[in-house]
Design a protein around this ligand. Structure first.
Ligand code: DX5
Ligand code: ZN
Length: 218
């Protein structure tokens, strides 16, 4: 088993101290950047300029999660801002494969995400076009929500498909991940774990990262 990947979400960071908060989780594997447009989800977060600011604060890979309509129109801004991964929602585009090819052609890893109500099965045949799949274990839009264990069925289906076909696609999970929930997500087959509130509401965010990684190690 490979070491679990921990991706702290800066949605729960202190925006007046963003650089310091990112540096407080220097032991994390990736930095998760939640982009919300107030249309695809009923909340607005920040955009490409803050992503570029995060880029200046760290050399850790930036794991950019676009919760926006019309991602085709905006991905180049996030590529320019220094994203290492760009994850868009399949509900927001008619052609996920073309968008993934565009992202990969720029040397950036491509991922797709699913709202809790969206089934995984239609997307399984296209998995080889993606570096990552991000399973939402809350309704996207807000940090601090309760983990939805039924979403782990999608993780199991993905793990089965990836193993059967010998693919390198990573399975990432996002929403309600904490010391209480991360082990079950790891057991279901996740490789990477986003956590916002569980890390940034902790007095010692780096210790929270280490603890989550330990709990996800099978
Ligand atoms: C929710 C975001 C998440 C969020 C996770 O729409 O995609 O990345 O920051 O926050 P927690 O870990 O607090 O559920
Ligand atoms: Zn996210």
């Amino acid at each position: 088993m490979t070491t679990p990947i921990i991706s702290p979400s800066i949605l729960s960071a202190d925006f007046t101290n963003l650089g310091a908060d990112i540096q407080a989780v220097a032991n994390a594997d990736w930095i998760h950047v939640d982009i919300m447009d107030g249309h695809f989800v009923p909340n607005l977060s920040f955009g490409a300029d803050i992503t570029a600011a995060a880029r200046r604060a760290t050399t850790q890979p930036l794991d950019v999660h676009l919760m926006i309509d019309n991602p085709e129109r905006w991905v180049d801004n996030y590529i320019k801002a220094g994203a290492d991964h760009i994850i868009f929602h399949v509900e927001a585009t008619d052609d996920p494969v073309s968008l993934a090819r565009h992202i990969r052609a720029a040397g950036v890893q491509a991922g797709f995400s699913l709202r809790p109500g969206t089934p995984i099965e239609p997307y399984l045949p296209t998995l080889d076009e993606f570096d990552l799949v991000l399973i939402m274990s809350v309704e996207p839009g807000f940090g601090g929500q309760k983990f939805m264990p039924d979403q782990l069925d999608k993780v199991r289906a993905l793990r089965h498909e990836i193993t059967t076909r010998g693919l390198a696609t990573l399975i990432e999970i996002d929403g309600g991940i904490s010391a209480d929930t991360i082990a079950q997500a790891a057991e279901a087959g996740c490789d990477a774990f986003v956590a916002g509130s569980a890390i940034f509401t902790n007095d010692d965010p780096a210790a929270a990262v280490t603890n989550l990684r330990t709990l996800a190690t099978l």
